[in-house]
Design a protein. Structure first.
Ligand SMILES: [Zn+2]
Length: 225
């Protein structure tokens, strides 16, 4: 927990150096109907809305875009963690839902690792960087895509909907997340899609078999078999 908070602080130090075109939110917590979502950083700018997930891991990091879990190898010990790209995609889905409107808001998900992490990951369609490359990654986006009114509206909606990430709220968030995980595992064990209630079907893909949702392409839930 402490390590996680520390790396979030380091990332905040980094992004707070961006110009005032970029409005930064740290440690956002959203709650609705017993579900909650915690997002490390959201940066709203004319160039898009950056959604940042921070990982404080060091050592070698192995993983693929579509694998369910990634692996950290350090001092001959291995540790698995949920694919942070998927985790962050969940955050984007949540924001998309929160900011529902006819407008197409360009979200840019970024996963940031400790500078001491050696990233041995195969990524093509997402941004996964060390902290030292974060501002560079953000500043690659130079085309203005959001006007002032839309930016103000996004900022206002975030401000009005998030709860404060204090000890008590975070504790409830952890509890909600655990309950959600339990429910979701329970549904999966009955071959029910935890995202939409559809049927999970075994399919053959380029990289082997996987379980997909019967409501594809509307629902893109995938589980490695
Ligand atoms: Zn589904």
């Amino acid at each position: 927990m402490w390590k996680g908070q520390y790396s979030e602080k380091l990332v905040n130090d980094k992004i707070s150096k961006l110009s005032d075109e970029y409005v930064i939110f740290n440690d956002l917590l959203f709650e609705s109907n017993g579900r909650s979502t915690q997002i490390d950083h959201v940066v709203v700018s004319p160039y898009g809305v950056f959604v940042i997930e921070t990982k404080g891991y060091k050592g070698w990091i192995f993983g693929g875009e579509n694998s369910e879990y990634w692996t950290q190898t350090i001092y001959k010990s291995k540790h698995q963690f949920y694919n942070p790209i998927k985790q962050n995609e969940g955050h984007v889905r949540f924001l998309h839902h929160l900011l529902r409107c006819s407008m197409n808001i360009p979200f840019i998900p970024i996963v940031v690792f400790n500078n001491a992490a050696d990233l041995k990951v195969h990524i093509e369609n997402h941004i996964v960087v060390n902290r030292c490359d974060l501002t560079w990654a953000i500043s690659q986006y130079k085309t203005p895509v959001l006007d002032k009114a839309t930016i103000d509206w996004i900022i206002k909606t975030i401000q009005q909907n998030h709860t404060i990430a204090n000890k008590e709220n975070l504790k409830r968030h952890k509890y909600n997340a655990k309950t959600q995980q339990y429910k979701s595992r329970n549904l999966i064990s009955q071959s029910i899609c935890p995202r939409c209630g559809g049927q999970l079907i075994l399919r053959q893909g380029k990289f082997g078999s996987f379980y997909g949702c019967s409501n594809f392409p509307k629902c893109k839930f995938i589980l490695n078999s």
